[in-house]
Structures are given as structure tokens and as C-alpha cells.
Design a protein around this ligand. Structure first.
Ligand SMILES: O=C(CO)[C@H](O)[C@H](O)COP(=O)(O)O
Length: 213
């Protein structure tokens, strides 16, 4: 089994800190995620800057789009995003709009299952529409309330859909192998890297653990 891709969530609002973290972790991660607060604060120019600095990395823009899918996502794909996210709770018309924008740019879409009540139905419908990635996600506020993504990951993996599975929500060194073995194709890590004393060491450890899973 191929190791899952490692996605670093760049969740700072500060551009200098974001670029510094990206450079420290770059040797060990496959995807740079421009996190939702970061993209809202810094906009399309940060996508362009990261694209220029890292032509060979995948860039995910965590738009968490809720409406006006095609219109909102188009400038981010045009700026160089490989993947944009859309909320599963937004509904099928919005998801279809982001997929249309992605297709126009030869790019991909991740549907985020955060707070979706019927995750299996949403994942199935998203696959039918042509989304390439389904995101099992326990957000930061839900994590603070003690929730984790592990049970949802198992349930989504069991569906056997023709989509890659991304998992996010407090993944760290002690859980990366568990999620890889449960079927995650993309493992998203934020705080366990950016909050570590050495982000580079943390990113390397996570990459090595994922490779050995
Ligand atoms: O999308 C996010 C919050 O909505 C975060 O970027 C994602 O949860 C990863 O960060 P962490 O590993 O700290 O949970």
C-alpha cells in the first residue's frame, strides 16, 4: 500500500510565518493547505506566491465554500490551486459548481464532511457528481469539545467509493499510523507540526510514521 500523502495545514494569518513554516516542512510534506482563516485573510495573492515558490507541490485552498461554488472557486484555481474545498452541507448545486470550476482548470475538488449529518449520503452524492476527494474532518471547535475523526473515517472507508479519502482533525504522531491503516489517502496535519518545538522534525516524524504504517 502506498503511503498516504501528508498535507500541512498552514493555519496562521501571518504571511511571513506561513512561508517560514512551509519552507521548514517542505521536504516532508506533499500538499500545502492554505487554511481557511489564512486564505480569508490573505486571499488569492498567497496562492500565487506559494505556487511560484513551490511549482512541484500540490496546493489545496481550504475555501470551505458554502454558496456560489463556481464563482468563488474559479479565481483560486486560476491562481494555481490544485484542490479547493467545498462544504458538504452547502448542497449539491454548490458542490457541482466547484467541480465545474475545477474541471475548467484541470484541477480537483475536495468535499468536506464537517458537520454533515448524513456523511455516507453526502459522500455517495459527491462521488456521483465527480468530486475526487472526500474530507473526513473534525474541526478545531469540535476538537476542543473532545471529538475526533476516527469513527467517521472508518465509516467512510467502508463505503468503498471511487474517491480519495482525506482525514483531518488533530492528527499527530501517535495517530498517523492508525488513520493510514484505516484507509486515509491524505493525512492532514496542522497543530502537531506548527505547534511543535521543531516543525521540521515533527513533519519528518509524521512522514516517516506514515511510510511505515
Ligand atoms: O481545516 C482545519 C480547521 O477547520 C484545520 O486546518 C485542520 O483541522 C488541520 O489542523 P489540525 O491538525 O490542527 O486539526
Amino acid at each position: 500500500m502506498a503511503r498516504p500523502l501528508i498535507q500541512l495545514a498552514l493555519d496562521s494569518l501571518d504571511v511571513a510565518q506561513t512561508l517560514k513554516l512551509a519552507s521548514l516542512a517542505a521536504p516532508y510534506v506533499d500538499i500545502f493547505e492554505i487554511g481557511t482563516p489564512c486564505i480569508k485573510h490573505n486571499g488569492v495573492s498567497l496562492v500565487k506566491e506559494l505556487r511560484k515558490l513551490y511549482p512541484n507541490k500540490l496546493i489545496l485552498v481550504d475555501l470551505k465554500t458554502m454558496d456560489a461554488g463556481e464563482y468563488e472557486a474559479t479565481p483560486f484555481y486560476a491562481a494555481g490551486a490544485d484542490i479547493c474545498t467545498v462544504l458538504g452541507v452547502s448542497g449539491l448545486a454548490t458542490i457541482a459548481g466547484v467541480i465545474k470550476a475545477a474541471n475548467a482548470h484541470g484541477a480537483e475538488v475536495q468535499v468536506d464532511l464537517i458537520n454533515v449529518p448524513d456523511k455516507a449520503a453526502c459522500a455517495r452524492e459527491s462521488a456521483k457528481l465527480g468530486a475526487q476527494i472526500i474530507g473526513v474532518h473534525t474541526g478545531l471547535d469540535a476538537q476542543a469539545a473532545g471529538q475526533t475523526p476516527f469513527a467517521d473515517l472508518q465509516a467512510v472507508a467502508k463505503l468503498g467509493l471511487p474517491m480519495r479519502i482525506s482525514v483531518a482533525g488533530g492528527i499527530k504522531q501517535s495517530t498517523v499510523q492508525q488513520v493510514a491503516q484505516a484507509g486515509a489517502n491524505i493525512v492532514v496535519v496542522g497543530a502537531a507540526i506548527y505547534g511543535a518545538p521543531s516543525p521540521a522534525d515533527a513533519a519528518r516524524e509524521i512522514c516517516e510514521l506514515a511510510s511505515a504504517a
